[in-house]
Design a protein. Structure first.
Length: 325
């Protein structure tokens, strides 16, 4: 029998928190000889539900989905007032508690974790949520361990993700657990994803952070640098690209980005290296693709920044995944 996936929605829900995971499971079905997942969009009353982006979703009422038949339950994020208001509905509370006891996987996308916490279903658990809600969740529910940096967190049967697109990463990890890495990679290719991101990767992209802070005229340069990490990216080359003197470029870039050019190049290269460590690529290949040149130079920079070697980092997260399997 296909696994029953229930995604809870409500008025002003974030539509990508719903359609992203749903698209992953639908693509998984297309990759199988027979459907592996049965995705149901559910709400308290059923019928049309208006998302925060004005698009309308059709949903099934909770009364038509038996909570003891749900294999995976995800609460989508969205308008926090509307989301937390659901906790005051006795029928929904009862349904959620029953589904929580039955479901092999139970969790949320983005701010959906706030509802789970309000219902008392995350006590003692480590969770992820959108960066904007981390402080609030920690303050109001100190019994919940909030990982403010992770893209998604798996703690036993509880799966929670950070903002919006990270729901896709989390659901791809679920599919990998069920159908294998090859199937998950094919789905990522079908969805035209730039890369499959592991849960431990920060939801604060160094590129976005630097682009946001640096602004014009350096945002386009940062994008170019990220696409050419395997090339020399020293001050003379970067200054020439910006048609500035080396001295002027160094001063203006450091003021705008809050980092020296060399530090920022290393940050981008290390971020790329961490992505590649989630793949079967050798350390030599990773060093070449991320711009470090040699495995020795990569290891030295990685240990200086993160306190562990690249191989130990890879092995630690591989073993963590195996323990959760």
């Amino acid at each position: 029998m296909p696994k029953l996936i229930a995604i809870l929605v409500y008025d002003k829900v974030q539509i990508l928190d719903v359609t992203g995971p749903a698209a992953v499971f639908a693509a998984a079905n297309d990759a199988c000889s027979s459907p592996h997942y049965d995705v149901r969009i559910v709400s308290t009353g059923g019928g049309p539900v208006k998302s925060g982006s004005a698009a309308v979703l059709m949903s099934d009422p909770l009364t038509e989905v038996a909570p003891d038949e749900v294999d995976v339950l995800l609460v989508a994020g969205g308008d926090e007032e509307a989301l937390l208001g659901l906790a005051g509905q006795p029928d929904l509370r009862s349904w959620m508690e029953q589904a929580h006891r039955r479901a092999a996987r139970f969790g949320s996308v983005c701010t959906g974790a706030l509802l789970l916490a309000r219902l008392g279903l995350l006590a003692g658990r480590k969770v992820a949520t959108h960066w904007s809600a981390c402080a609030w969740l920690s303050e109001h529910f100190p019994e919940v361990q909030v990982d403010a940096d992770a893209l998604y967190v798996e703690d036993g049967s509880i799966w929670t993700s950070a903002g919006v697109t990270t729901g896709i990463d989390m659901c791809l990890a679920m599919v990998e657990r069920d159908l294998g890495a090859a199937a998950a990679n094919r789905i990522a290719e079908r969805l035209v994803l730039y890369a499959r991101r592991p849960g431990y990767q920060s939801q604060f992209s160094p590129m976005l952070r630097l682009q946001s802070r640096a602004g014009a005229p350096f945002s386009e340069l940062l994008e170019w640098m990220a696409a050419h990490l395997d090339q020399p990216l020293d001050v003379p080359q970067l200054a020439a690209r910006m048609a500035m003197s080396e001295r002027s470029f160094y001063r203006r870039f450091t003021e705008a980005a809050g980092e020296t050019p060399a530090r920022m190049v290393e940050t981008l290269r290390l971020d790329r290296a961490r992505e590649l460590l989630a793949t079967p690529a050798s350390l030599k290949q990773i060093a070449a693709q991320s711009g470090f040149g040699t495995a020795a130079r990569l290891s030295k920079a990685f240990e200086r920044r993160f306190g562990v070697s690249p191989l130990l980092f890879r092995e630690t997260h591989r073993r963590a995944g195996e323990r959760k399997a």
